[in-house]
Design a protein around this ligand. Structure first.
Ligand SMILES: O=C(O)c1cc(=O)[nH]c(=O)n1[C@@H]1O[C@H](COP(=O)(O)O)[C@@H](O)[C@H]1O
Length: 236
């Protein structure tokens, strides 16, 4: 049975043992899983293959950002792992994005190819520091349009930009949103945040959620409460 939940749990654990202790308690129908830089650097592709073998939809979040040739080869290697979704940085520019698109199109498994716009940890002061003028919203709009023109399947953005992007981009364009914080949970290093229900109401396709689940005293209860809030919102 395919997963119908929008929740992608970010497995930001230091090692496979800790990650699998969480994974053992969930099923592929219940949620999707994200493997990012910490876990991948520690454990490599074998853990990714194991999650794919267990039938999970895996988002391999390595945010490739390099010259077009290197990114294309990295995307092809990521696609060969059989993952469901991969990502690249849109700030790599259209030539890099198109090279990534061609590489994924030529792969056997053809994962969804998603472009990171402006990291959800960044506010306007952080953008100005690196020479990007304006507010996060206008930068995200510009980079999302570039991703769409370059043939990507969607973008990573904050939930705060979703309702604007939904008016500008094709209906099937995937809006993948980290920066999700249930009411009362710590923001941590995230700047542009929203609750799970508000993000879905705005039009997010997927909610990427890490610490509010993985660092909770009871991760399964935290996941359960998020799921229940989403179900309540749908039925009300
Ligand atoms: O590409 C991502 O997944 C990503 C992009 C972004 O702009 N912001 C962002 O937080 N992420 C990832 O989403 C996850 C969010 O984790 P929490 O802040 O713990 O919920 C982390 O694994 C980040 O690496």
């Amino acid at each position: 049975m395919a997963c119908t939940s929008p929740v992608i749990v970010a497995l930001d654990y230091a090692n496979a043992r800790d990650a699998l202790a969480f994974v053992d308690k969930v099923s592929p129908e219940r949620c999707r899983l994200k493997v990012g830089k910490e876990l991948f650097t520690a454990e490599g592709p074998e853990l990714v293959r194991e999650l794919v073998r267990r039938d999970f939809d895996v988002f391999l979040d390595l945010k490739f950002h390099d010259i077009p040739n290197t990114v294309a080869k990295a995307c092809a290697a990521a696609a060969d792992l059989g993952v469901w979704m991969i990502n690249v940085h849109t700030l790599g520019g259209s030539k890099m994005l198109q090279a990534a698109r061609e590489a994924v199109a030529g792969s056997a498994s053809q994962p969804l190819l998603i472009g990171v716009t402006i990291l959800t940890s960044m506010g306007s002061a952080d953008l100005h520091e690196v020479g990007l003028p304006g507010e996060p919203m206008e930068n995200v709009e510009r980079l999302a349009a570039l991703a769409a023109q370059s043939g990507l399947d969607g973008v990573v953005c904050s939930p705060q930009e979703v309702s604007r992007l939904r008016q500008q981009l094709p209906e099937n364009f995937q809006l993948v949103t980290p920066g999700i914080r249930p009411a009362g949970s710590a923001g941590g290093d995230q700047t542009r945040i929203m609750t799970p229900v508000d993000a879905m109401t705005a039009g997010s396709s997927y909610l990427v959620i890490g610490r509010p689940i993985t660092q909770a005293d009871d991760p399964m209860q935290a996941l359960d409460e998020i799921e229940q809030s989403l179900q309540l919102a749908v039925s009300s």
